[in-house]
Design a protein around this ligand. Structure first.
Ligand SMILES: Cc1ncc(COP(=O)(O)O)c(C=O)c1O
Length: 391
């Protein structure tokens, strides 16, 4: 059953999975761009948006990019990940995380998720490095492929943080940089501190389905001034001279427009309020489903402050019959991503005995959770899920 519609053509009563909540100063800021003619890839809102994401993620620097995938691409270049290197990352994530690794000619190496929160499993990561790799003179070599492992890319999926401390400990032990993919996790905290700036570089997405959106947009954050300078350079065509068109290397046009940044800034101003709203919806679902034995709810770890970006439940055996039933009731839900070791796009990439990610893929389902989801629509989702399970 299809739940994709052209804008404005969704049937009456359709409840979408997650739609943007444009409010606050959005209109005013966008009008300022139009009235001042600053609509393109420079302008005051780009700086202000960068400043606001830097502050929110407690990073010294933030560099805006055209989207989260571009941010990851640049982060990998900044980490000196080269063609034929390998990057350790979870199998269970949106494909953009792995595509960025392929853009630099390197190979993702997929590690399993842990069972409770579905995040990158630090124990399996450590075991892989210990059992399958050689660490000599500051270089980590994968014995099977003979390639060098150059970075670890943990991904905070669904708005819940990865347990970072053990991963930082592993990264220090093997002298590997961490690139945090926080695309789905603006506002998420790990041990009380916002995610994105726990490693050397972090990346955010402001795509339309995220908690906050620019329409499309991304951000790189770091505390390192050299990396920040280089990120700005590479994302702006590597231009060496303010006047002359002289370029030191192949750069990228990954700039964000002032229009997008204006929207982004207005969204950043609403972050705390939106996180609160997401957490309230999550609480509501949690209470409503607690007596349904067939459902496992999304958990929040002791180290975590989750935004519940995508409210995701587990239905042991198979989530797809529920997905189809909800679609028949005009309620959009969504499965998780095909684990990347199974993706035709990632043929040739190594994976390390993945079981949990496969299980999570089969059993999980994200429910409607737009920031602005009306209480009556929450009632409808709850009623439909309860009817499906006959509860
Ligand atoms: C985990 C993850 N990484 C990267 C991205 C890429 O971000 P974008 O869509 O802004 O390119 C996304 C989402 O879209 C994502 O969910």
């Amino acid at each position: 059953v299809s739940t994709s519609f052209e804008p404005g053509s969704a049937p009456e009563g359709f409840i979408p999975l997650s739609v943007p909540e444009i409010a606050g100063n959005a209109q005013q800021y966008l009008n300022q761009c139009i009235d001042s003619n600053w609509v393109s890839t420079a302008g005051p809102f780009v700086d202000r948006f960068e400043q606001s994401v830097a502050e929110a993620s407690q990073a010294k620097y933030a560099i805006a990019t055209v989207n989260g995938t571009a941010a990851l691409h640049i982060a990998l270049l900044l980490s000196n990940v080269r063609p034929n290197d390998e990057v350790l990352m979870p199998a269970l994530t949106f494909i953009a995380s792995a595509n960025a690794v392929r853009y630099v000619g390197a190979w993702p190496l997929f590690i399993d998720s842990e069972e409770l929160y579905g995040q990158l499993d630090a124990v399996k990561l450590a075991r892989f490095l210990e059992a399958q790799c050689e660490f000599r003179s500051g270089k980590v070599t994968n014995r099977k492929t003979g390639r060098e492992i150059r970075a670890i890319l943990p991904v905070h999926i669904l708005g819940h943080p990865v347990d970072l401390d053990p991963i930082i400990e592993i990264a220090n032990r093997y002298q590997l940089p961490i690139i945090e993919d926080a695309a789905e996790a603006i506002g998420t905290k790990y041990l009380g501190r916002p995610v994105g700036n726990h490693g050397r570089i972090g990346c955010f997405s402001f795509n339309g389905n995220k908690l906050l959106t620019c329409g499309g947009g991304g951000m790189i954050v770091t505390d390192d001034s050299d990396l920040a300078r280089r990120a700005k350079y590479l994302t702006t065509q590597a231009k060496d001279d303010p006047l002359e068109y002289v370029h030191g290397e192949v750069g990228y046009n990954y700039r964000l427009t002032n229009l997008q940044a204006a929207l982004g800034l207005s969204q950043m101003e609403l972050l705390a309020d939106y996180v609160e709203k997401k957490r309230t919806i999550a609480k509501r679902y949690e209470t409503a489903f607690q007596d349904i034995a067939e459902i496992q709810m999304m958990r929040e770890a002791s180290w975590a402050y989750s935004t519940y970006w995508m409210y995701t439940i587990r239905v042991p055996n198979d989530s797809r019959p529920l997905l189809r039933y909800l679609a028949s009731r005009q309620i959009q839900s969504r499965p998780l991503w095909q684990p990347l070791h199974r993706s035709p796009a990632m043929v040739g990439c190594q994976s390390d005995s993945i079981e949990v990610a496969d299980r999570l893929y089969q059993q999980s389902l994200s429910l409607p959770c737009s920031v602005g989801l009306a209480s009556s629509d929450q009632d409808r989702v709850i009623e439909a899920v309860r009817t499906f399970f006959n509860s």
